[in-house]
Write a protein that binds this ligand. Structure first.
Ligand SMILES: Cc1ncc(COP(=O)(O)O)c(C=O)c1O
Length: 351
């Protein structure tokens, strides 16, 4: 931060360039572009890929609202398919039935810190001539069994809002990709359609500030250790909560590197969710829900925006009705972890 402040270069300066280089190298992709936030990363990618009005993007409904919001910002139609009942990521088996001649892209979300099954998604995309944009706001440093994030898609979008596995002290986001044309278009789109002083085409202002780039550059080196700590905490939760008959614990796909952005448990009986959540909050535990209202059940949906539900969304609705995220961040102390475990195990209300 000091280096940036003393440099006098605060926007599109050398620190942004440095961080973009480090960030691309970290993921093994050719390019990374810093933008204003994770939502912008998504719609800038859609626009760069030529996705717009009349095009359909297939995603799922038990994700953060921004996944669908960005599809609408780009002017496209959000098509929702059901999620996998175990992982809560998009269910590839449901994607094919949702494809129409208007389908342009699949937008999988690496939910809670675990990758969606990208091999299956890529295969469907290849068979149907579709683009793939990964929403990786939640799984920085995760990987599949035989694939890396970014390897099987056209663009990966991420968020640096503070609570993410790599977060800054405010808003920030990035796109990373192996495709030069995506890189070139986003670089222009984020900067008023300009690659050269005084020369413009249609664009926006969505740049990652150099101060944030400096913070992220400093923090990037710690991500592997923080991921290890998250995985270690997850193992403690698995061990401590294994006999809680009223809970389902998160399912980690064999061979996948799940980095536990969240440790999301589900009450077997959805009626238990609110009482358990309230009890944990009363006991001083910052448990939350991700996300208790799926996008298609938000009031007023779809607000005049183009949207389609493909088949029943039963698993997504169950996930929304029963999810609880218990505290998960690398700085948790042993005492805090054990307190959460004991408090859950001693819940007097379970049925
Ligand atoms: C899955 C998902 N997509 C997109 C976003 C949007 O990122 P931002 O808040 O930086 O716009 C977030 C997080 O906030 C997210 O969790």
């Amino acid at each position: 931060m000091k280096e940036v402040l003393e440099s006098g270069n605060y926007v599109m300066g050398p620190m942004l360039k440095r961080f973009e280089k480090e960030f691309a190298a970290y993921h093994g992709t050719k390019y990374a572009i810093g933008v204003g936030n994770g939502t912008d990363a998504l719609w800038l990618s859609f626009m760069a890929l030529g996705i717009g009005p009349g095009d359909e993007c297939i995603t799922h409904t038990n994700t953060f609202f921004a996944t669908a919001e960005a599809i609408w910002v780009a002017g496209a139609t959000a098509v929702f398919v059901d999620s996998d009942p175990k992982t809560n990521c998009i269910d590839p088996a449901k994607i094919e039935a949702a494809i129409t001649p208007k389908t342009k892209a699949i937008v999988p979300v690496h939910l809670y810190g675990q990758c969606a099954p990208m091999r299956a998604i890529r295969q469907i995309a290849d068979e149907n001539g579709l683009l793939v944009v990964e929403d990786n706001a939640q799984a920085m440093d995760a990987a599949g069994d035989d694939f890396k994030i970014g390897q099987l898609s056209d663009a990966v979008c991420t968020s640096f809002i503070i609570q993410k596995n790599l977060g800054t002290y405010g808003d920030g986001g990035a796109v990373y990709t192996n495709h030069q044309y995506v890189n070139d278009r986003i670089r222009k789109l984020r900067n008023h359609g300009s690659g050269k002083r005084d020369v413009h085409s249609f664009g926006f202002n969505s740049r990652l500030d150099d101060l944030h780039a400096g913070i992220l550059s400093a923090k990037l080196k710690h991500v592997p250790a923080w991921s290890e700590r998250r995985m270690q905490i997850a193992q403690k939760y698995y061990q401590g909560l294994k006999d809680c008959a009223f809970l389902d614990l998160p399912y980690a796909r064999p061979g996948y590197r799940h980095v536990f952005h969240l440790f999301e448990v589900e009450t077997k009986n959805p009626a238990n969710r609110e009482p358990l959540l309230n009890y944990l909050n009363e006991q001083g535990i910052d448990a939350k829900t991700h996300y208790s209202i799926p996008i298609h059940l938000q009031e007023g949906f779809p607000w005049g925006k183009p949207a389609r539900l493909s088949g029943p969304l039963t698993n997504a609705e169950k996930n929304a009705a029963s999810c609880i995220s218990v505290p998960m961040f690398p700085e948790l102390t042993e005492e805090e972890i054990q307190y959460t475990i004991q408090t859950i195990c001693n819940w007097p209300g379970h049925s």
